[in-house]
Design a binder for this molecule. Structure first.
Ligand code: NCD
Length: 304
C-alpha cells in the first residue's frame, strides 16, 4: 500500500485499490472454503473506536481481525473518560501512548479519521466519518459487483435515496467511477448533493427516469440523524416516490440487482419483495464480503 492509513478512497492509488480488491477476493475464497488463513497477525492488538452505532461494520472489522489472529479492544464511549470531561484530543493521545497496532474509527465529525491519523503512530482505518467517506464499504461494494458481473467496466450503477447525507454514496461514487462504472444518482432535489467528487455522474430526481438501463441499484436509508427537520414529508410519502419495489427494479431490467449498505428501513427506501429476493438482492453478499475486505485492509496495513 502506498499509504499508512485508510481514511478515504480519495487517497488510494489505483495500485492500492487493485491490491486491496485482489487480496479481498483471496480472503473471500479462503473464507468460503472455511479454509481459515494461518494467523498472520498474532500478537497484534487493534483498537476499535466507534463514536456512532454500528452492527455490520464494527462486527465485521472485529471478525476480520480475529480471522487474521489479531485481538480487538472495543473501546466504549459511554464508559470512557470522555464522560468525565476528557477532551477528544487527550483521549486519542492517551490511547496512542498504549501503542495499539492499528485504530479503527467511526465518528460523526467530518475528517475525524485524518485528524486522528495526524496524532497517532499506528495506521488508522476509517469506518465512516460524517457524510464524508466510508472507504471499506465502497471496497466491499466494488468486490460484490465484480463477483456478480465479472467487472465494473461498462456497468451502470444507480445510487438512490438520501445521497446527500451518505458517506457510502460519497465513497462509492468515487470508487465505482474509478473502476470504470457509469454512476447515476437518483434523489429528490433536497437530498441531492450540490456537487460530486468526480466528473460524469448523472443525476435524476425520479426513479422512473434514472432506473432504465441500470445493472445495479444501490438503495440508501434516510439518515435522519444527519438531516435537518422537514426534508422528508413522511416515510410513507418517501416510499411512494423513492421506495424500490420489484416493479421499479424491473424498470432497470430483469437482470438488475439491488445492493444496500444496511441498515435497511424496510417499507421506506426498500420493499421486502426486493430485499428478500435471493435472485435480485446482493445485500447479504455485501455483508459477507465485508469481512474479506476488512481482512485485506488490516493485513495490508498491519504488515507495513
Ligand atoms: C452505513 C453507515 O453507517 O455509513 N452503514 C454501514 O456502515 N454499512 C449506512 C447507514 O448508516 O445508513
Amino acid at each position: 500500500m502506498s499509504m499508512k492509513h485508510l481514511t478515504g478512497i480519495n487517497n488510494l492509488t489505483d495500485e492500492d485499490i487493485a491490491a486491496i480488491l485482489e487480496l479481498s477476493q483471496d480472503y473471500a475464497d479462503t473464507l468460503a472454503k472455511r479454509n481459515l488463513p494461518a494467523p498472520l497477525s498474532r500478537g497484534r492488538v487493534v483498537l476499535s473506536l466507534f463514536f456512532e452505532p454500528s452492527t455490520r461494520t464494527r462486527v465485521s472489522f472485529e471478525l476480520a481481525a480475529h480471522r487474521l489472529g489479531a485481538r480487538v479492544i472495543n473501546w466504549d464511549q459511554e464508559h470512557s473518560a470522555l464522560v468525565k470531561g476528557e477532551t477528544f484530543d487527550d483521549t486519542i493521545t492517551t490511547l496512542n501512548a498504549m501503542r495499539p497496532d492499528a485504530i479503527i474509527i467511526r465518528h460523526s465529525e467530518y475528517g475525524a479519521p485524518d485528524y486522528v491519523a495526524a496524532r497517532v503512530d499506528c495506521p488508522v482505518i476509517n469506518a465512516g466519518d460524517a457524510h464524508r467517506e466510508h472507504p471499506t464499504q465502497a471496497l466491499l461494494d466494488a468486490l460484490t459487483l465484480r463477483q456478480h458481473f465479472g467487472q465494473l467496466e461498462g456497468l451502470t450503477v444507480a445510487i438512490c435515496g438520501d445521497v446527500s447525507h451518505s458517506r457510502v454514496a460519497s465513497s462509492d461514487i468515487q470508487l465505482l467511477s474509478r473502476l470504470g462504472a457509469r454512476v447515476r444518482v437518483i434523489a429528490p432535489q433536497n437530498l441531492m448533493p450540490t456537487s460530486f467528487a468526480v466528473e460524469g455522474v448523472e443525476s435524476f430526481n425520479r426513479l422512473e427516469d434514472g432506473l432504465p438501463g441500470c445493472d445495479a441499484v444501490m438503495m440508501l436509508r434516510l439518515q435522519k440523524e444527519r438531516m435537518g427537520e422537514g426534508l422528508v414529508e413522511s416515510d410513507a410519502a418517501f416510499h411512494a416516490q423513492y421506495g424500490l419495489t420489484l416493479e421499479r427494479l424491473n424498470l432497470a431490467g430483469k437482470h438488475a440487482v439491488v445492493l444496500h449498505p444496511g441498515p435497511m428501513n424496510r417499507g421506506i427506501e426498500i420493499a421486502d419483495s426486493v430485499a428478500d429476493d435471493p435472485a435480485r438482492s446482493l445485500i447479504l453478499k455485501q455483508v459477507e464480503n465485508g469481512v474479506a475486505v476488512r481482512m485485506a485492509v488490516l493485513d495490508l496495513l498491519l504488515s507495513e
